[in-house]
Design a protein around this ligand. Structure first.
Ligand code: 5GP
Length: 218
């Protein structure tokens, strides 16, 4: 087979509470040519999560064996659990010409810059520190300690946005989904310059008061 188009991988990262999972699910339901990569994890399933669909849930020993066998394109430890993208999860869809979203945290994304060089990197931002705090509290399920810890982790992750190709503010879900779809469609059409001008991280950050506003340091 010659000339078949290889799928484009889009890495999506965001601090906890930014609404990344909701945005990613909406994206794949609105764009039939976009799939979601299924990661492996050692964490326990949450209510409603299904093995093989939301994640491949595996015991730590099995995950470590897969690491030794070289099965992962990237992997990282996050909040005490291991997460990884298997080569199989991305290779088959990309080879079949399907575009793919990889919802992963920032350490894994760093590994992919060299291992999946054709990937484009999208960072979802909360509109402000106050809104991030409000969303974390609104879940109503976590203790004050856990919320404080998540805010600390978010503060460490946010500056990573500068290493991403695109920044998208999730102020309102429909608008955020529309912006990521705009990025995906422009990338597919080879209109990268146009979309970089709209969603380049420096440009987007300038519009919301800079990284200091997000970190709550001013
Ligand atoms: P959760 O446990 O809330 O589903 O995910 C925790 C974090 O792990 C999120 O930031 C999520 O994006 C990230 N994550 C999910 N799958 C992977 C993966 O395959 N690799 C890496 N590095 N992070 C992942």
């Amino acid at each position: 087979m010659t000339g078949a188009r290889r799928g484009l991988p889009f890495v999506v990262s965001a601090p906890s509470g930014t609404g990344k999972t909701t945005v990613c699910h909406r994206l794949v339901s609105e764009d039939a040519d976009l799939g979601l990569s299924v990661s492996h994890t050692t964490r326990s399933p949450r209510p409603g999560e299904r093995d093989g669909i939301d994640y491949h849930f595996v015991p730590r020993e099995q995950f470590e064996r897969l690491v030794r066998d070289g099965a992962f394109l990237e992997h990282a430890e996050y909040r005490g659990n291991l997460y990884g993208t298997s080569r199989a999860a991305v290779e088959a869809p990309l080879a079949a010409g399907r575009d793919l979203l990889l919802e992963i945290e920032v350490q894994g994304a760093r590994q992919l810059r060299s291992r999946l060089p054709e990937a484009r990197f999208v960072f979802l931002l909360p509109p402000s520190r106050a809104e991030l705090e409000r969303r974390l509290r609104a879940r109503g399920t976590e203790s004050e300690d856990v919320i404080e810890r998540r805010l600390e982790v978010a503060a460490q992750e946010l500056p990573e946005v500068l290493r991403y190709d695109y920044a998208v503010v999730n102020d309102e879900i429909d608008a955020a989904v529309g912006r990521v779809l705009d990025i995906v469609r422009c990338e597919r059409a080879g209109r990268r310059d146009e979309v970089e001008a709209r969603y380049g991280p420096a440009h987007v950050l300038a519009g919301i008061g800079g990284i200091a506003a997000l970190l709550g340091t001013r």
